[in-house]
Ligand binder design. Structure first.
Ligand code: CMP
Length: 157
């Protein structure tokens, strides 16, 4: 496959509380992405320090961690062609009130912090995030028959 990538997605506590989990998973499935891992979990202070290390100095860091620990999250690993940028486009820009209609944040969020979803911002970050969330036996590779109708022959090879 040409540029097959993986992206880690977190459905944040607001997505779970607002009953948006199924709707969001459906969007990724319909796009043609392949689900390789899925788990519900409580994030810890320690994991979030690592996850959001680049936000450590931001004034909202403490509140962000509290929000992310306020209810369980749903973590997912999605694979596809250019998956990192593809998934981020489906999510929309960070702040719900700026995100375009049609994107997940644009349709379901009007907040800067309660923005429903997280998606890896690079291939390197995706690898780090996969390691932080998923054990090796929680990642599943399998043939997806649908690929015949999702990708061209060139893209599949
Ligand atoms: P995300 O981009 O997934 O990762 C960092 C998160 O920090 C972001 O989503 C928001 O949930 C949160 N965030 C970003 N900017 C702000 C802000 N200005 N105030 C509060 N929370 C923010």
């Amino acid at each position: 496959m040409a540029k097959l990538q993986k992206s880690v997605v977190l459905l944040k506590p607001d997505a779970l509380q607002r009953g948006l989990v199924g709707e969001i998973i459906t969007r990724f499935e319909k796009k043609g992405l392949k689900l390789m891992g899925l788990k519900m979990m409580n994030l810890t202070d320690e994991l979030l320090d690592d996850w959001y290390a680049h936000h450590k100095e931001k004034p909202f860091f403490g509140d962000l961690k509290k929000f992310m620990m306020s209810a369980p999250i749903i973590a997912m690993l999605w694979e596809g062609l250019e998956a990192v940028s593809t998934v981020r486009k489906l999510c929309g820009v960070t702040k719900g009130y700026e995100a375009e209609g049609g994107s997940i944040r644009g349709d379901f969020s009007i907040s800067g912090q309660l923005n429903i979803i997280h998606a890896s911002d690079s291939i390197e970050t995706a690898l780090k995030e996969e390691g932080l969330i998923f054990d090796k036996d929680e990642v599943f590779d399998y043939d997806k028959g649908e690929y015949l109708w999702v990708y061209s022959v060139e893209e599949r090879d």
